[in-house]
Design a binder for this molecule. Structure first.
Ligand SMILES: *[C@@H]1O[C@H](CO)[C@@H](O)[C@H](O)[C@H]1NC(C)=O
Ligand SMILES: *[C@@H]1O[C@H](CO)[C@@H](O)[C@H](O)[C@H]1NC(C)=O
Ligand SMILES: *[C@@H]1O[C@H](CO)[C@@H](O)[C@H](O)[C@H]1NC(C)=O
Ligand SMILES: *[C@@H]1O[C@H](CO)[C@@H](O)[C@H](O)[C@H]1NC(C)=O
Ligand SMILES: *[C@@H]1O[C@H](CO)[C@@H](O)[C@H](O)[C@H]1NC(C)=O
Length: 792
């Protein structure tokens, strides 16, 4: 067996150069060239899938010599020659008459490669995405597959010693801080480097294929095979598959594996057919980059750099935030770390520390031991706080289980994780503290409360004096936010314009560039993407334009206003915020926060199955949002149209309910409708509970509630099928090959039981959303649910 694999490999290597002739390559012959300009030509592979040539980057007048996917709108680059040194218009790549291949700038200076490759007879862009230079005998002199940047493609192989290097940001192709190398000992390693040098810090991912124990059992090649799997081929011919997810056939998808700028090595897929799609991530390492670094303090500050902390979004992507009181060294390149806004001083003059500093709390956040200078035992939080405040060396204290760690700068390798207990207390000079707390963690409920109180104060505050105070406070806030780059503070602007901002139609027309980019279309309106700028920030928004018909057919002005004001009063982390509106005659538009991660529908029903734990967090978030609408806001709001298309995901994949509060044109979607809609009974909050139950089934199974094209009759209607599976004690059957769910049967069963309670035909048997939330959280027991339909 081992022999035959080696044999095949050898054959593959012999055959490979031959393939260069065999492919229907349109040869690029001597004397041809390309010049960088906006509509410059490119050299395409025979299939047209890949192209070689110049691509403009960003909105600057700079170009990269690159290879890209030519058939998709994104034109994703898979290789680039001059990432560190983009060239202006007029640069030229040529294969000279005398067989030299080179990229030159507008003044004919040689830019790449160094030295120039000579003796070239022809070049070719192959269908694999490999660009090759060959001599007279068709031997390869150079190929892009052997000189990779941050991406490898199917059929590409990394040999011992070869490496990938990340770029700095999504749009800056300069060398970034992460590398992937197939090390001489046969290990695949991911590690950061000490830019601008090549010094390698310790690895944050290592494959267990080193030759330390057994030479023959060590790694030999990293192979991205044709069917989209990434394998380490061992010296004895055995294969270790890294990508343990099932991937769809490569005839239907483009695949690429990229060492992303945030340090994750990720396998991406893109459907070849169908519009409105994008790259989706199928697999990545390491699993949790925030925790992948050890704590020696010698790893360049961790994934996020010094004085910051790392947290994961629901896609396991790291988000880097500066510690309060610090700001990014380079706002364009957040992974470089952060610097203190104002130095702390031990010279306080006559002031007491508590007059000069405040302690800002950061929950569930810590830095490993490296930045500690003192550990105090058996201290309560107040004493810990006081101890840090009084100690001029202390910048941060973390407290956990009765211990108080005092820390100095720089803070290295910070993380935030909601499974961590304890909190960090950050010492901030007082005037800074003013700006920080509210804007930082948009995730905490605390902020919501604060906003509510402020808004309330604004509404009440009609006296001139209070208004004056508020204006002063707002001016201060604006001043401080202005100094912070790119921090989006929607709450500030909405506070400023009282509860909701009133827009003119013209403003919104401009914000959407003439209603150009459509985000979605609902029963009674279309949603567009827009940009709203204020002096301190630029925010994306989603603007819903109600159809004229809907406006006419709708209830009168007064009712519309009542509904809007009820919505404006809602504040919950699981709801999409309404920021403003426009009401000019037949033009009615609503301005909402923009949610960057699309709908729950596209999340659940995409190419790859999202993580089990993320799905559960989302289910819980929706339950909490609904509980708030039903029980906790001043006017009860029944949504009436709960479905995955109406649940949006924000940039940290928190579920946010949208489209609530309006009754117009609401007809619950097929499959999610509670039976009482069709009876002559009043509609109560229990209709939402029913739809939630249906959606919970979808979240568990990652499939739609109605799939009429299914061959198996009994699987067509999800609710019926799941109940049957539950009733026959065959829960395994409904989750297919979902390993994560299989390993979590207890929780799976609880979720299914909750969902069955929710879809009871008799509304009075369905639990309230409050009870649903408690059941999901495991606070109360769940009794065995009856059959959904038998009960009536
Ligand atoms: C490309 O050029 C080489 C060398 O001149 C030649 O052997 C080969 O047949 C050419 N291939 C095609 C498809 O024209
Ligand atoms: C990329 O970042 C580097 C340094 O951070 C900067 O010098 C360079 O101008 C940036 N490149 C582009 C194209 O913005
Ligand atoms: C690497 O570890 C996995 C499980 O941890 C094991 O199955 C595999 O055999 C190991 N590979 C080698 C080459 O030791
Ligand atoms: C690619 O690798 C996977 C996993 O090792 C394997 O199942 C598949 O057969 C391989 N495909 C090809 C074309 O070699
Ligand atoms: C895939 O590999 C990761 C580690 O890289 C592991 O945690 C996970 O459980 C594996 N998944 C399956 C389905 O084997």
């Amino acid at each position: 067996m081992a022999f035959s694999v080696l044999h095949l490999l050898a054959l593959y290597l012999i055959v490979q150069p031959f393939c260069v002739h065999a492919a229907q390559t349109a040869n690029i012959s001597l004397g041809l060239s390309l010049t960088a300009s906006d509509n410059s030509l490119s050299w395409q592979s025979p299939s047209g899938e890949f192209a070689f040539g110049f691509r403009r980057i960003g909105d600057q007048d700079l170009f990269l010599l690159a290879i890209w996917y030519d058939k998709i709108p994104e034109k994703t680059l898979v290789w680039y020659a001059n990432g560190d040194n983009p060239t202006p218009k007029g640069s030229k790549v040529e294969l000279t008459k005398d067989g030299n291949f080179r990229l030159t700038g507008p003044r004919k200076e040689e830019i790449w490669p160094q030295p120039v490759i000579s003796g070239v007879a022809y070049a070719a862009m192959l269908d694999s995405g490999n660009f090759v230079l060959a001599d007279q005998n068709s031997a390869l002199l150079w190929q892009s597959f052997k000189d990779p940047r941050d991406t490898i493609l199917p059929t590409q192989v990394l040999e011992i010693g070869e490496k990938l290097s990340s770029r700095q940001t999504a749009s800056n192709y300069s060398k970034g801080k992460f590398q992937l190398q197939f090390k001489p000992d046969g290990t695949l390693e991911l590690y950061p480097i000490a830019l601008p040098t090549e010094f390698e810090y310790d690895a944050y991912y290592k494959s267990n294929t080193s030759d330390a124990a057994d030479k023959l059992n060590s790694g030999y090649q990293l192979v991205f095979n044709e069917s989209g799997h990434i394998n380490i081929v061992l010296r004895n011919g055995n294969i270790v598959t890294l990508t343990n997810k099932t991937v769809s056939p490569s005839r239907d998808y483009y695949y690429r594996a990229t060492l992303d700028f945030d340090g994750l090595f990720t396998l991406y897929a893109y459907p070849k057919k169908g519009s409105g799609t994008s790259w989706s991530s199928l697999w990545s390492i390491p699993e949790n980059i925030c925790f992948a670094f050890d704590s020696t303090g010698e790893e360049g500050g961790g994934p996020c750099g010094y004085n910051s902390y790392c947290r994961l979004d629901a896609n396991t992507r790291p988000i880097c935030d500066c510690v309060p009181g610090f700001s990014a060294l380079d706002p364009q390149y957040k992974l470089r770390g952060c610097k203190q806004d104002r130095m702390h001083s031990c010279e306080l003059g006559d002031s007491k520390p508590q007059d000069v500093y405040v302690m800002h709390e950061l929950p569930n956040t810590f830095w490993p031991s490296s930045s500690n200078f003192e550990v105090l035992q058996q201290l309560n939080e107040d004493d810990c706080r006081r101890s840090c405040l009084d100690d001029c060396n202390c910048v941060v204290a973390t407290i956990r289980a009765g211990r108080c760690w005092k820390k100095k700068l720089p803070l290295s390798n910070g993380r935030q994780d909601w499974n961590e207990y304890g909190k960090a207390l950050i010492k901030i000079p007082k005037s800074d503290a003013f700006e920080n707390p509210a804007s930082r963690d948009s995730n905490t409920e605390k902020k919501d409360q604060k906003t509510v109180i402020l808004v309330g104060a604004l509404l009440l505050g009609s006296s001139v004096f209070i208004n004056f105070l508020l204006v002063a406070a707002i001016a201060l806030l604006v001043f401080y936010t202005y100094r912070k780059t790119l921090r989006v503070i929607t709450s500030t602007s909405s506070i400023m314009e009282a509860n909701l901002r009133a827009f003119t139609y013209k403003e919104l027309e401009e914000a959407t560039d003439g209603f150009r980019e459509e985000l979605g279309r609902g029963a009674f309106g279309t949603v567009y993407k827009g940009v709203i700028s204020s002096p301190s920030s630029t925010n994306y928004v989603a603007i819903k334009k109600l159809d004229k018909v809907a406006v006419v057919a709708q209830q009168g002005e007064k009712e519309f206003k009542t509904e809007v004001s009820a919505i404006a009063k809602t504040h919950h982390r699981n709801l999409v915020r309404l920021l403003g509106l426009c009401d000019e005659g037949a033009n009615r538009l609503l301005v909402y926060e923009f949610m960057s991660n699309g709908t729950l529908a596209s999340f659940l029903f995409g190419i790859s199955r999202p993580d089990w734990n993320k799905r559960i967090q989302i289910a819980l978030g929706i339950a909490r949002g609904l509980m708030y609408l039903h029980d906790e806001c001043s006017t009860q709001i029944i949504h009436c149209d709960i479905k995955p298309q109406n649940i949006l995901l924000d940039d940290s994949f928190t579920a946010r309910i949208s489209d609530f509060g309006f009754r117009i044109g609401k007809a619950s979607a097929k499959g999610y409708v509670a039976p009482e809609w069709f009876r002559n009974t009043p509609v109560t909050a229990k209709v939402d509970v029913y739809s939630y139950g249906v959606m919970l089934f979808e979240i568990i199974c990652c499939r739609r509630c109605l799939e009429m094209e299914r061959e198996n009759e009994e699987e067509k209607i999800l609710t019926d099928w799941v109940y049957d599976c539950y009733n026959q004690r065959r829960l395994n059957k409904m989750i297919g090959d979902d390993e994560e769910a299989r390993n979590d049967m207890k929780r799976l069963e609880r979720l299914v039981m909750v969902a069955i309670w929710c879809i009871q035909e008799d509304p009075s048997l369905r639990p309230t959303m409050k009870k649903v939330t408690q059941m999901l959280e495991g606070v109360i027991d769940i009794s065995v649910p009856p059959s959904p339909s038998r009960s009536f």
